[in-house]
Design a binder for this molecule. Structure first.
Ligand SMILES: Nc1ncnc2c1ncn2[C@@H]1O[C@H](COP(=O)(O)OP(=O)(O)O)[C@@H](O)[C@H]1O
Ligand SMILES: [Mg+2]
Length: 253
């Protein structure tokens, strides 16, 4: 089982998009994939057409140990793809995590119980320095950092690297940063815009040894694919899928 999360400390940076399409791709390749929605905004849960019912367990009950991890896992409409969903009430788990004293390691511990059932676990992470974010980081062997190819994205990148370095020095994060994925990179036809090129160049200068991966291009096709529940290749947009293919390749054992 390999665990990978998408972390970026601002909203709208492409985290959920990256997790969704990477998970679809892995599942289509026959890998058994568990996705975990650890953002109380629950966008990933929504993308996978799941709605947490009042009497049904979600990530909250898994983290607090009220149920066995396996009992918080749901099938999705995709073969090989399973979900631990979130709902808005998930934010309340912070109290439990902070009072436990080992909050950063709780998700890692809960996942041990299902390690044999999945090839990959992908985690969508809340964009704040919260207990939820900490426990997701603590469970991650690999981290992908998506950031918008603009000034807001650059600030998110700076905050995120800073946070990961901090967690690394506390030994709460022991994983590897797989790379930075520029999000909403603007191209006109087959040509990257000057703005896009400059923004990514600035990221490269800041990132040092951390690789800049293939960018996710600005396009309405992504929303359309999510709405239809299809991969980009299924919609005849295989070239737009390349950033996720690259992540899959880098995650391979
Ligand atoms: N390639 C794209 N070009 C433009 N907008 C996109 C693209 N992919 C996704 N979006 C939209 O960008 C917004 C932010 O993406 P999302 O993945 O939800 O970010 P995050 O999870 O970091 O908040 C969403 O509304 C999504 O529909
Ligand atoms: Mg999101």
């Amino acid at each position: 089982m390999r665990t990978c999360s998408c972390i970026s400390l601002s909203g709208g940076q492409g985290k959920t998009t990256t997790i969704f399409f990477t998970a679809l791709l892995l599942a289509q390749q026959g890998e058994r994939v568990l996705v975990i929605d650890s953002d109380p905004q629950a966008n990933l849960t929504f993308y996978l057409n799941h709605e947490v019912q009042p009497n049904q367990p979600s990530l909250f009950e898994v983290l607090t140990g009220q149920i066995a991890t396996e009992d918080g896992i749901y099938e999705t409409s995709y073969e090989n793809l399973f979900l631990i969903p979130a709902d808005r009430g998930l934010f309340k788990v912070s109290d439990y995590l902070s009072s436990s004293g080992t909050g950063a390691f709780i998700l890692k511990l809960r996942l041990k119980a299902v390690a044999d059932l999945f090839d990959y676990v992908l985690i969508d992470v809340q964009p704040s320095r919260s207990q939820l974010c900490l426990t997701a980081v603590g469970a991650s062997e690999y981290v992908v950092i998506p950031v918008e190819a603009n000034v807001k994205g650059m600030n998110s990148l700076i905050d995120t690297i800073d946070f990961l370095n901090e967690q690394s020095s506390l030994m709460a994060f022991t994983g590897q940063i797989l790379g930075i994925v520029p999000f909403r990179d603007r191209w006109v036809g087959n040509t990257q815009t000057l703005e896009g090129r400059q923004n990514i160049e600035a990221m490269r200068e800041f990132a040092g040894d951390i690789p800049i991966l293939a960018s996710i291009r600005e396009s309405e096709k992504f929303k359309s694919a999510v709405r239809q529940g299809k991969s980009l290749a299924d919609l005849g947009q295989k070239d737009l899928q390349y950033p996720f293919e690259q992540i899959v390749e880098k995650l391979q054992p």
